[in-house]
Design a binder for this molecule. Structure first.
Ligand code: KG4
Ligand code: ZN
Length: 388
């Protein structure tokens, strides 16, 4: 039975929900039902989400097909294999998402798809599919920044008011940002070399573990001795909130090459180093956030991206948030890793603000959320091959 798709559900406080139009006063927010499509890396995903900012929303369906088995033999994501797998799966995944939600195309308000950043072949598949559906069903199209979708997921899962501090930790990104509104971000820090998920994947590969490395390392670390190897904490004590992980990876390589490395102990030492780095850099960003938003007393600290699925990292960042007086909000692990519910939700948020896209909108391999952090260094904007 199709659900009712349009209802009025409130007014956005001035300049709070409408990050793009802070001076325009109150706007009516209408609950929307959006079909979302995600194909930027190695998950082919479609979902239907319904709701209203600031959330929480309702996930009517959330279908994710992971291409892991196809990429595993290569130790990382192979872009050509990913694109072909997306082409093969996307139609069936969309049909399944609509079926599971109990809606058809006529019932939804808009079609949203990841338009970047990501592996360009995959992004093209999802965005083109969304364009075809939007044209066929005469529905608006919404092009979503994958990183913004991660950033807004917490509003889908539990609701959150702007501004909040976001730590985005995924296979292609490691950033600390203030999320001030939809499309409005302030960058405090980013990685100057590897992303944190990439560091997990490379360390796992050095230990002979399969891709993706994050869950493998987390599993091994539980029975390892983190003190057995002394690994570096790059950037500790430096001004700003930038990260660096390549020195840590090199140190792990040296330990492994020296022979007789105990895999569990290496995993535990590596994960402990990552936790120290994330905690110290986040502490620094929290001070910057407090300086920028002194009135945001009940400020939330949000962690998003695939690495936020890691239990030990969640625990350490939760403890930090309590110490620093932030309200910790971390989406459940299944919504931290790539999925289409977050894309559909970002579509809800943008749709409510009237941000729709032309059918000619282009896919983008690179699409940074924000520019240079204060006192910052160079940054990487896009996602690439995740293989070490
Ligand atoms: O957000 P995501 O699904 O994809 C990107 O947009 O990159 O993140 C994938 C990354 C991979 O590097 C994977 O190893 C890491 O998240 N990851 C983890 C865990 N689960 C996934 N890292 C550490 N611990 C985990 N439990
Ligand atoms: Zn992601």
């Amino acid at each position: 039975m199709p659900r009712r798709r349009v209802r009025f559900c409130g007014m956005a406080p001035k300049g709070l929900e409408d990050g793009r139009n802070p001076g325009k006063g109150h706007i009516a927010l209408r609950a929307l039902t959006v079909l979302g499509i995600e194909t930027s890396c190695d998950e082919t995903a479609a979902a239907v989400v319904s709701g209203c900012a600031p959330g929480p929303g309702t996930i009517l369906s959330n279908i994710v097909f992971s291409q892991l088995e196809e990429h595993r033999p290569y130790g990382g994501v192979v872009p050509e294999i990913a694109s072909r797998a997306h082409v093969e799966k996307i139609d069936a995944i969309v049909v399944e998402a609509l079926r599971a939600a109990g809606v058809n195309l006529g019932d939804i308000d808009a079609v949203a798809a990841t338009a970047g950043p990501g592996l360009i072949g995959g992004v093209m598949v999802g965005l083109t599919t969304a364009k075809a559906l939007a044209l066929a069903a005469q529905k608006p199209l919404i092009a979503i920044n994958h990183l913004e979708a991660h950033a807004l997921t917490v509003r889908l899962t539990e609701g959150a008011h702007f501004p909040y501090l976001l730590l985005l930790i995924s296979g292609g990104h490691c950033q600390l940002l203030a999320v001030e509104g939809v499309g409005k971000f302030r960058l405090y820090g980013t990685t100057i070399d590897d992303a944190v998920g990439e560091a997990f994947d490379k360390t796992a590969k050095l230990l002979g573990l399969p891709y993706p490395g994050g869950p493998q390392i987390e599993g091994l670390a539980k029975r390892g001795n983190a003190k057995r190897y002394a690994l570096p904490r790059p950037m500790r004590g430096r001004d700003g909130a930038d990260f660096s992980f390549s020195g840590l990876k090199t140190a792990v390589r040296q330990v492994v090459q020296n022979g007789e490395a105990n895999a569990s102990d290496v995993a535990a030492a590596f994960q402990a180093a990552v936790i120290d780095i994330l905690v110290e850099r986040t502490e620094s960003a929290m001070a910057m956030f407090r300086g920028d938003f002194p009135h945001a007393r009940e400020a939330a600290f949000v962690v998003a991206g695939g690495v936020a699925a890691n239990g030990a990292i969640r625990q350490a960042l939760g403890d930090l948030a309590s110490r620093e007086g932030f309200e910790k909000k971390i989406p459940p692990p299944g919504l931290c890793t790539d999925n289409a519910a977050m894309i559909a939700w970002a579509g809800v948020e943008k749709g409510q603000l009237g941000c729709f896209d032309d059918i000619g909108v282009s896919p983008k391999a690179r699409w940074p959320l924000a520019g240079t952090p204060r006192g910052g260094e160079r940054r990487r904007a896009g996602k690439g091959l995740k293989a070490p």
